[in-house]
Write a protein that binds this ligand. Sequence first.
Ligand SMILES: Cc1ncc(COP(=O)(O)O)c(C=O)c1O
Length: 389
Amino acid sequence: MKFATKAIHVGNEPEEKTGAVIPPIYMTSTYAQEAPAQHKGYDYTRAGNPNFCVAEAQLAALECAQYATVFSSGLGALTAYLSTMKKGDRIIAMDGMYGGTFRLIDKIFNKFGIEFVLVNPSEKEKLASLLKSGPELLLLESPTNPLLDIHDIRYLSKIAKSSGTVTIVDNTFATPYFQNPLALGADIVWHSCTKYLGGHSDIIGGAMMTDDPTTDEALKFARMAVGVNPSPMDIWLLSRSIKTLAVRMEKHQENALAVARFLNDHPLVNEVYYPGLPGTENHEVANKQMSGYSGIVSAEFDLPIEETKKLISSFDLFLLAESLGGVESLVDHPASMTHASIPKDEREKMGLSDGLIRFSVGIEDSEDLISDLARALEKSRHTLCPGGG
Ligand SMILES: Cc1ncc(COP(=O)(O)O)c(C=O)c1O
């Protein structure tokens, strides 16, 4: 089966009792047992729920993986994995990751003696020698949030594998529609299902996919033991949304490309970050490992901080809000919102300036989106140069 067919059919059998085409929401915390410890495969929803199994079958199929586990959130999923590590273990990660991922390792797991080494991806030799020293985990995000940097997953997971290092790839921005990290050599694919997979800004969820049965068992144990299970309701909504992922991603990408081109030609914009724009190394690496460029565009505006803040609050269709990947367009100011948890000096080293705006381009009509941007930018230009410069 091809992607769009799998997204609709895998995991979806009509319900036995009634023939309902859509599985019911098993909104239950517990399950009746015939005798102590004799049950029908479920005993407590923290450990498992039929709705989790449906979504897990869908997600495994879309990532071409043997196993999937759903969690309470993207960070809940990473917490589960990190809880399997021990004091003295080392994590190598790249500058430019999502701020909440940085905070989880830096502020929580560091305290328990898990070492965290952040590398600038341009320091290729340092990275290769760190990987050769056999750290326990290489954590990659590609494309990164919010600068849309692309890491060479095939190359890095190959070096990691040769020293016994596990590679986890955060595939949230690309989605399995545009990228399958396991096929590129990674060991685990990680998603915030809150974003494109959920797709409607109405759930919080996470997932990890792998081909390794021991890792899968450890993740399911950690979900139950740590308590990072999702709600059956959220996971039912996730299963519903996954069915339209293919059509949504095509439209997100088409609109994002239109927005990136528009911003690229605008005089108030210093730089546009979108892997679909040719002429950059990111574009070349993306073409080697992705089948598309997804729907996030970031742009560095030639505006003072106060004007950037005014601009970001002045769009009509691009709503100012955290998060991304929903059908509606959103804007974010990383320095004061999603990435405020990264200290300012670290942020600046990563290239997250105060003038940077991240656009999560939705699936509205692209002409309406461009008009919204054009109107708001014209207003900013007029404020800066009232004479019309
Ligand atoms: C790339 C990326 N990974 C992980 C996460 C964390 O996901 P969640 O908010 O579902 O915990 C986010 C959240 O914004 C993200 O953007």
